[in-house]
Design a protein around this ligand. Structure first.
Ligand code: AHR
Length: 554
């Protein structure tokens, strides 16, 4: 394993930056000083939508079968066939919303296959079969449909989350979308679809509010142009009754920074009048941080980095790739304003996270599975802070994906289960949900690092703050691989009474710290009270860390 000592040596060679090991007394080592974080309590931004802390599950690899669904007859602790440990953890982080059934899978899925008695449900070829391998179990290749709408809704109810269903626009007619809404939302006694639901044991309507109309319609969801998709969107969403539940319809939005998609879609939507915008609750945005090739490749497969085998430069490159979403949010928002001056339509970042090349699966055969490390925890915290800083723009975000896939919060296989460092970040940040975001200014020396002989730069400290009642929550990322960062935190006006910090970081000086089935505590968090000064306090942010500072206000 590449230990922190080696990172220290490399980062010294790279940029001559100040450095320190967190295992040396902070008083004796050089550190970044002179940083300042100013929290402006009287400059509210907007309320942070709880849905920014949302999740995503897809019929893909080990997400549903083995990850979430263990089956009614399983020896593994479960509730109605659903893995109990996942339910309990999601409850504890107040999971607000879960997106299902995909992803690309959604546009190949017939929801009618997944209702009715389980033993009579058909087996179908899974969308992802072409990516599966010899080690993948049959249920990942041939969808058994044991988990469908009813099981998903039960899962949402057990976890206290809102369902967000993605409808098939590529391979089913608009009528099927309509009927799915009818199945979920029409009251008992009203329709044949309601009778079917009741026969499955669900008398009360599911009341599904969030509906995605296709997924990645520029790619796997139909390969449409933005204009073609907009026409389809209008057709699919015309006269879809909510059955007493107002629907929030989410359009398939841009891939990363593709503003042409955003403009093309909205231009076509309003061609029939600005009133057409009323049916668009949100425009989805997907961004995966995947290209770690440092400009050597733009190919999806060859540009990816490794989940474990990385150098400091890859650490910063991943963060830089992820940080781009900040600019994307602003850029799409500006385009949206051209058509929607009042910003009725919000951004829904319903897929985000790092995406590495294969090779770090916790369970061989689980495609797209990767074991998150400390780097992914720092990445995830940084991303959630970005969303918190745009509370008026981002109405929902869904980390891709919840379990056994990409930026997972949890890994599970048979009776083994572990919370990843990403899951730990969601625990740390949960209290931001529904908080009032306030403007916070971070002034910190940037980090210079070596990028193939040239100096590249990344910010020194960043984060977000929100207030709930008399509690201020400040979350801060120190992305430096080796240097602690001393920051003076000033709260305006001066109302701080007491504060406690919880810091999440790796153990043993290893940036690749991670939680596995055998060693579940590679990334750890610890809390400590902070000594207050008049209007604030000073805090040492350890290298490669995520900190949550909770301040009681007068
Ligand atoms: O999250 C994995 C896949 O990434 C999704 O199915 C798709 O929407 C995206 O391309």
């Amino acid at each position: 394993m590449l230990q922190r000592r080696e990172f220290l040596r490399q980062s010294l060679l790279a940029g001559g930056a100040a450095f320190a090991s967190r295992y040396t007394s902070l008083a004796q080592v050089p550190k970044f000083a002179g940083s300042r974080i100013e929290v402006l309590l009287e400059e509210p931004l907007a309320t942070i939508s709880p849905n920014i802390y949302g999740h995503f599950i897809e019929h893909l690899g080990g997400v549903i079968y083995d990850g979430l669904w263990v089956g009614e007859g399983s020896k593994i602790a479960h509730e109605h066939g659903l893995r109990k440990s996942v339910i309990e953890h999601l409850r504890s982080i107040q999971a607000p919303v879960i997106r299902y059934p995909g992803g690309c899978f959604a546009d190949s899925y017939d929801w009618k296959d997944g209702i009715g008695p389980q033993d009579r449900r058909p087996r179908r070829t899974n969308f992802w079969i072409g990516s599966e391998n010899d080690q993948s179990p049959p249920s990942h290749k041939y969808e058994p449909n044991a988990f469908g709408t009813n099981e998903f809704i039960r899962f949402c109810k057990l976890t206290g989350s809102q369902p967000y269903l993605a409808a098939n626009l590529r391979s089913l007619p608009a009528e099927d979308f309509y009927r799915w809404v009818e199945y979920c939302n029409s009251p008992a006694g009203s329709t044949t679809m309601a009778d079917l639901r009741i026969a499955a044991g669900f008398r009360e309507p599911f009341g599904v509010k969030y509906w995605g109309v296709g997924n990645e319609s520029w790619g796997c969801g139909g390969n449409f142009t933005a204009q073609e998709y907009a026409v389809e969107f209008r057709r699919f969403t015309t006269w879809v009754p909510g059955f007493g539940q107002p629907l929030s319809l989410i359009a398939s939005g841009p891939n990363g920074d593709d503003r042409l998609w955003t403009r093309g879609f909205l231009e076509e939507i309003v061609r029939k009048g600005a009133g057409q915008l009323r049916r668009v609750y949100g425009l989805s945005l997907h961004h995966y941080a995947s290209n770690l090739s440092r400009g050597r490749s733009t190919e999806w497969e060859t540009s990816k980095g490794d989940a474990f085998n990385f150098e400091p430069v890859d650490w910063y490159e991943l963060l830089r790739e992820g940080d781009r979403i900040d600019g994307m949010i602003g850029a799409h928002w500006q385009v949206m304003e051209e058509f929607d001056r009042d910003h009725r339509v919000k951004l829904i970042v319903d897929e985000w996270g790092p995406w590495y090349k294969p090779g770090s699966e916790a369970t061989p055969g689980n495609i797209l599975e990767q074991i998150p490390t400390l780097r992914d925890a720092v990445f995830s915290a940084m991303t959630l802070d970005i969303f918190n800083r745009h509370p008026e723009k981002v109405a929902m975000a869904n980390c891709a994906q919840l379990i056994n896939c990409l930026n997972s919060l949890y890994l599970a296989h048979e009776d083994k289960f572990v919370v990843t460092p990403v899951g730990q970040v969601f625990e740390l940040y949960a209290a931001h949900q529904g908080g009032q975001a306030v403007r916070t200014i971070f002034s910190a020396p940037p980090i210079d690092y070596d990028r193939d002989g040239k100096t590249a730069r990344f910010w020194g400290l960043n984060g977000s703050s929100s207030i709930k009642g008399k509690t201020l929550l400040l979350t801060v990322v120190n992305p430096h691989v080796s240097a602690p960062h001393q920051g003076e935190i000033v709260i305006h006006p001066s109302r701080a009474k007491s504060a406690t910090a919880t810091v999440l970081t790796g153990t043993g000086g290893d940036l690749r710290s991670r939680n596995t089935f055998d060693t579940p505590h590679g990334v750890v968090s610890a809390s400590q009270p902070i000594k207050m000064r008049d209007s604030g306090f000073v805090f040492d942010f350890p290298p490669a860390s995520v900190s949550r500072i909770s301040v009681e206000l007068a």
